[in-house]
Ligand binder design. Structure first.
Ligand SMILES: [Zn+2]
Length: 387
């Protein structure tokens, strides 16, 4: 990481936006466990839930707020006094107050235009500030708002005492160059800290978030594994590792904790992690291709960009259709195979991988190799070790 890399602040909304993913419902205990794990991983701020959902949600947010975490805990509110009152009942010090920013959402949700929306925002932020809450303002559907409307809302937020404005790409319509320009415009229009909240409908949430940070946002709103509405949000693990790996941004995130954190959230959400999921997928440090394995065995940096050790993991060699002799030699070196049995064993594991359409477990590959060693030694033919 560069010394001069700007510090970014990470807001994790797994417990609020993440839980809005279809079919996901965390229990009280699961929310507590995730909150503690997020805190331990170095998250700056947790969006813990929506108090207006009722007494159970208020109790859970209150328990998180009282759990002695070192991160900030915030509650999510609409621009309604009743929502702010419900947040106060949780004991949190900080709220995110959401206001629609696009004309269509202003019309549908507030039956109002931009002037009235800004006035309403001014009133509700003042209401919360008068009750000693720290207020961040979330501008919903910012990416479909006009720059003038967004600037108007930012002014209302700033004048009434908010500390931050969230640019929400609520429908995931942005691309990275657009995100960069939009955030540049917004940071020019306000003195408030700017946060970016991206959705992944086009598969661009991570790219858009990084572009927004390049454009001047210093806060990133993320969820573990990108859990969230529709295609989900920007994944915490991707943003944190990309920030560190590119050296462009400094954060407090403990990269080594991300794997366990992802496993916990996947378990609580009932959504298994894809094998090839960036950063935390099971197979992302497994190598089968003969060319890659041969290169890795000579010099690991030949095919390593991301260091698995940073994530508490290691490279793994798997034996399959694309394996070469170097891999089999590495796996079976303890067997002391001669060249003839090596070649036969390799042919067998390749054929097996082709038939089963998956990699051959290393132990099975060893058994095959060992069996061929015996075949060669005994000069027997027509031997199969696999069912
Ligand atoms: Zn969202």
């Amino acid at each position: 990481m560069q010394d001069s890399a700007p510090r970014i602040f990470v807001n994790d909304t797994t417990l609020r936006d993440g839980e809005q993913a279809p079919g996901v419902a965390f229990s009280h205990d699961e929310k507590m466990a995730v909150a503690r794990a997020l805190d331990a991983a170095g998250i700056d701020e947790i969006e813990a839930g929506t108090p207006a959902m009722g007494p159970d949600e208020i109790d859970t947010i209150a328990a998180i707020a009282n759990a002695d975490l070192s991160c900030a805990v915030m509650a999510w509110c609409r621009a309604l006094e009743t929502d702010v009152d419900a947040a106060i009942a949780t004991g949190v010090q900080r709220v995110n107050i959401s206001v629609p920013a696009s004309r269509i959402q202003m019309q549908v949700k507030l039956n109002a235009g931009p002037t009235e929306a800004a006035e309403r925002l001014r009133r509700i932020v003042s209401y919360a500030r008068d009750r000693d809450l720290e207020v961040a303002v979330g501008c919903e559907d910012s990416s479909r708002a006009t720059p003038d409307d967004l600037a108007l809302l930012a002014r209302a937020a700033q004048d009434s005492g908010a500390f931050r404005i969230r640019y929400a790409d609520t429908l995931g319509v942005l691309e990275p160059f657009g995100a960069f320009e939009a955030i540049r415009r917004l940071t020019d229009a306000t003195d408030l800290a700017v946060e970016f909240h991206g959705h992944d409908d086009l598969g661009l949430a991570t790219a858009n978030t990084l572009a927004a940070l390049r454009g001047g946002a210093r806060h990133a709103s993320v969820t573990v594994l990108g859990l969230g509405e529709r295609a989900g949000n920007a994944p915490l693990e991707e943003i944190a590792v990309a920030a560190a790996q590119t050296g462009q941004f400094a954060s407090r995130i403990n990269i080594a904790d991300l794997n366990d954190l992802a496993a916990l959230v996947a378990d609580c959400a009932g959504r298994p992690i894809g094998e090839a999921k960036a950063i935390v997928g099971r197979d992302i440090f497994s190598h089968e291709s003969g060319v890659h394995v041969s290169g890795l065995l000579k010099d690991v940096h030949a095919y390593q960009a991301l260091d698995p050790m940073a994530l508490g993991r290691r490279h793994a060699i798997v034996i399959g259709k694309h394996s070469g002799l170097a891999a089999l030699r590495a796996v079976c070196s303890d067997l002391g195979l001669d060249p003839e049995s090596e070649a036969m064993a390799l042919a067998e594991v390749r054929a097996l991988a082709q038939r089963s359409k998956r990699a051959v477990p290393v132990d099975h590959a060893r058994r095959i190799a060992s069996a061929f060693q015996e075949i060669v030694s005994a000069r027997r033919a027509d031997f199969r070790v696999w069912p």
